[in-house]
Design a binder for this molecule. Structure first.
Ligand code: AMP
Ligand code: MG
Length: 546
């Protein structure tokens, strides 16, 4: 083989490692479980995977890293992204952070089962951090094993990419591998522990910094470290907030930048919440350590997708009682998390106004974003104040009987607003959306009547806009996905993958690449949840055990 042929694009990855190069390290290396103070990370090596095997990869993410598709299919790729082989320039580490879990301060958390490989700079000058989830013990693993199982890794891999293709800000997933190691899990914490196949996802993002990354320093009285970390974050992840005249060692200049920074975090987090509400995504564990500082969706655990429209639904069995992280509560919880971030950074500044401003911006961004998002979902040209009743009435009507959110909006796009329907009965009027109902046999005047009335209201409103059926359908279908990662679809792909058949994972990934397209040959992935999946574990209820 010539020199050129033997060269892999993996060898060309240019590691720049700003995190480990510029921030204080834990002096101890290795995975001994410990409290790590005065440092932002600990150096630790991935565990060896006994028999790693590629399950799937995302060529779009490989492209971001300048890795060729051929190299994604090489043994070298498997060796590197199973953690078995390190490339020159990698500086592997686990991050130290804290957080509030379910509303309570939990102290030090950190990357318990994530090992960062390092940060690369691609040919476009973009920075991407690569990390392996499920690569073994770190100082932050506490009592757990640092591993991840196939079922949760399939879910993380597919959902990261599905969200990206939906246009929702998210961390990315380069690839999914089986490690060949069996891992013990008690899926529902009920004493029924089983062996499950171990797996690793390689996640990719401009930064994996979380709100909780800022909370641990002030808790420990390490305000110098907090400033160091905040300045680092601003320099590297928010460079547009700086120019050559700004000196972060000058108190008043720094405080002004911190205020702008907090406002930006508030704005991007609000925008993210609007997006989750648009597509029907429920994160499931919105602890402060699971919210990205860049407004990305991060840490896919017991998340779920709304099937029937129910703002009170949470997929997370650990949250079944309190329903703190239910679909409809997400915007309010994100703001609560921002308040905790504000409390942390406040310790540096002792000024409340910048934080109040940021939190107000959160409300404003969310409220305006929600209105334009709902207007777009309904195919309105713009949101008018009078539309509040149209929207609120719809949210009420959708909850009268189990109605699939995704199918409803796609079917609404088919509803003919140009023809006079005054000769139709309520039954006939709702016909175009009938397929969205989970229990069509239970429809009655109390469910059909309000929907029919709403459709009349809707038609009148659309006629005000003067928008044609064709134009409205096109606009609506560009914001209302046809294909989302329905909970049961992920489970079907997992069932097959656990038998060694990865075809369904790859087919789902492919369908989810074009979530707004009709893809008539892929219709089976657009079907509402079948009855068998209503109560099956993994389809409607999930735990944090992964
Ligand atoms: P999560 O709920 O996934 O955000 O996890 C909360 C904390 O527990 C984080 O610090 C995780 O890294 C850690 N953790 C979760 N699962 C494991 C595991 N299997 N091994 C080690 N640490 C874990
Ligand atoms: Mg987490």
């Amino acid at each position: 083989m010539s020199q050129l042929e033997s060269q892999s694009s993996l060898d060309n990855l240019q590691f720049v490692n700003r995190f480990t190069g510029q921030l204080p390290a834990d002096p101890e290396t290795g995975s001994r479980v410990r409290e790590v103070s005065g440092a932002c990370f600990s150096r630790v090596k991935p565990q060896q995977a006994p028999a790693p095997k590629l399950v799937a990869y995302a060529r779009e993410v490989a492209q971001l890293l300048d890795i060729s598709e051929a190299d994604c299919q090489s043994q070298n790729f498997v060796d590197v992204f199973s953690g078995n082989q390190q490339l020159p320039g990698m500086d592997t580490f686990a991050m130290c952070y804290g957080g509030h879990q379910f509303g309570n301060w939990a102290g030090q958390l950190g990357d318990g089962r994530v090992i960062n490989l390092g940060e690369i700079k691609n040919s476009q000058g973009e920075h991407w951090t690569l990390q392996l989830k499920g690569a073994g013990l770190t100082p932050y693993s506490r009592g757990a094993d640092g591993l991840a199982v196939l079922r949760s890794s399939v879910r993380e891999f597919l959902c990261s990419e599905a969200m990206f293709h939906l246009g929702v800000p998210t961390t990315r997933a380069l690839c999914l591998l089986e490690t060949g190691q069996q891992v013990v899990r008690d899926m529902f914490y009920n004493g029924d522990a089983k062996y499950e196949p171990g797996a690793i996802v390689c996640r990719v993002a401009p930064s994996f910094t979380r709100m909780g990354s800022f909370q641990l320093f002030p808790f420990r009285g390490e305000l110098d470290r907090l400033k160091e970390f905040l300045d680092f974050t601003i320099r590297n992840d928010f460079p547009h907030l700086l120019d050559e005249t700004i000196d972060l060692n000058n108190k008043s200049q720094a405080f002004e930048v911190y205020g702008k920074w907090f406002s930006e975090v508030c704005r991007t987090t609000a925008e993210l919440m609007v997006e989750w509400m648009r597509v029907g995504f429920v994160h499931g564990v919105m602890n402060t350590d699971n919210l990205s500082i860049l407004g990305l969706t991060i840490d896919y655990g017991p998340y779920g997708w709304l099937e029937d429209f129910n703002p009170g639904w949470t997929p997370n069995t650990t949250d079944a009682q309190g329903k703190r992280y239910a679909f409809g509560k997400q915007p309010q919880i994100a703001q609560w998390n921002l308040q905790q971030l504000a409390n942390a950074v406040y310790q540096l500044m002792k000024e409340v106004e910048p934080f109040q401003e940021g939190l107000l911006l959160y409300n404003k961004t969310y409220n305006e974003g929600w209105q334009s998002m709902m207007a777009a979902k309904l195919g309105l040209q713009a949101y008018q104040p009078e539309d509040e009743s149209l929207v609120n009435e719809l949210l009420r009507v959708l909850q009268l009987t189990e109605t699939d959110m995704t199918i409803f909006y796609r079917n609404l796009a088919e509803f003919d607003c140009e023809t006079d329907h005054s000769n139709l009965t309520d039954e006939q009027l709702i016909d175009p959306i009938r397929d969205a109902y989970y229990k069509p046999e239970q429809l009655n005047a109390n469910t059909i009547g309000p929907m029919a009335n709403w459709l009349r209201h809707y038609q009148a409103r659309i006629q005000q806009d003067g928008c044609s059926n064709v134009a409205r359908k096109k606009a609506m279908n560009a914001v209302n996905p046809k294909y989302v990662l329905r909970n049961y679809l992920a489970q079907l792909a997992i069932d097959k993958a656990e038998e060694g058949d990865y075809s369904e994972v790859n087919e789902l990934l492919d369908v989810l690449r074009k979530p707004y397209d009709e893809q008539p040959e892929k219709e089976r992935f657009a079907k509402k949840r079948p009855d068998w999946a209503r109560h099956r574990a993994g389809c409607s209820m999930l735990s944090c055990s992964s």
